[in-house]
Design a binder for this molecule. Structure first.
Ligand SMILES: NC(=O)c1ccc[n+]([C@@H]2O[C@H](COP(=O)([O-])OP(=O)(O)OC[C@H]3O[C@@H](n4cnc5c(N)ncnc54)[C@H](OP(=O)(O)O)[C@@H]3O)[C@@H](O)[C@H]2O)c1
Length: 269
């Protein structure tokens, strides 16, 4: 590998950089470009070279891949020096929410190799779910490199149809917020049932975390795991009659995911 440029080394960029270095990418293979002092300090503490500005890229610099990890609203401006200096030579891997492959092709040209990925916040602890989509110019080697870089912060799934990225955003991108809400509401319900609020929160957090781990580790699906906890006439069944009723969780979740999918489409515009 001759080089990676990480454009934007904020929360997500730092999580990825740390993951790459842990997985054997050498610091000298990476160049971080970020105007922020904290971002550059983080990179330099890991012996990674930094620049404040992509306009300072050496003229003969030829990275294999440029990872675009700036905020979506900063993207149009942030890519301009790359358009001028690197054009369509490197592979571009964007993790910016809502930024489409067509948009990047508009900047870098129709021959550019573009991977668009959607991570989620558990990537910050290496437990993300990342869904990626490549344009037709991306060859197998570029896809494998992207898969390796994204895999440093979580599990990676690929979709062929970019249109699915809106639903992906609605499920795994925004999904952590739904789970945090579940923790909040379960804790509040526990407090309403008489538990001290601190204890209720601890029970809710650990129940969600433990059940999530079990759902990942177990060979059974979540439906079977649910049945395993539900004895006929028991307490779980009493709760599930409410949660699985006509106005229960399923229609609510369907509406929530549909609303997020719609909003993702609108934002990508
Ligand atoms: N955080 C998440 O959970 C999450 C989830 C899914 C997708 N994403 C995507 O990941 C991307 C990064 O998000 P984040 O949360 O890591 O944002 P962030 O913490 O704000 O990091 C963005 C970094 O880019 C820097 N930057 C701004 N303009 C730049 C430029 N022209 N050239 C180079 N660097 C520049 C910022 O510096 P300053 O702070 O000095 O402006 C900042 O250090 C976003 O596109 C977001 O949609 C994030």
């Amino acid at each position: 590998m001759t080089g990676l440029v990480l454009l934007g080394c904020g929360k997500m960029g730092q999580a990825m950089l740390a993951g790459w270095l842990e997985r054997g990418i050498r610091p000298e293979e990476v160049l971080v470009v970020d105007p922020g002092a904290q971002a550059r300090e983080f990179a330099e503490a890991h012996h990674v070279r930094t620049l404040t500005d992509a306009q300072r890229l050496p003229a003969d610099f030829a990275p294999d891949m440029v990872i675009l990890a700036v905020k979506p609203q900063s993207m149009a401006e942030a890519v301009q020096p790359l358009v001028r200096q690197l054009a369509d030579r490197p592979v571009y891997l964007s993790i910016a929410a809502g930024k489409t492959i067509a948009g990047f092709e508009g900047w870098f040209g129709p021959a550019a190799r573009i991977v668009r990925a959607m991570p989620n916040t558990p990537a910050a602890i290496g437990r993300g779910m990342i869904v990626a989509c490549a344009n037709a110019n991306v060859d197998r080697a570029a896809r494998e490199l992207a898969d390796r870089l994204l895999g440093a912060v979580g599990a990676v799934a690929w979709v062929e149809d970019e249109g699915l990225m809106d639903a992906v955003t609605a499920v795994s991108g925004s999904g952590p917020a739904y789970v945090f809400l579940l923790i909040e509401t379960l804790a509040a319900a526990g407090a309403a049932a008489g538990l001290p609020p601190d204890l209720a929160l601890e029970l809710a957090r650990r129940t969600v975390a433990g059940a999530g781990e079990l759902a990942l580790a177990a060979s059974e699906g979540p439906d079977q795991l649910r049945r395993n906890v539900t004895s006929p006439g028991g307490t779980t069944e009493a709760a599930l009659e409410v949660l699985m009723g006509e106005a229960g969780l399923a229609p609510l979740m369907r509406r929530a995911v549909a609303a997020a999918t719609r909003r993702s489409r609108e934002l990508a515009g």
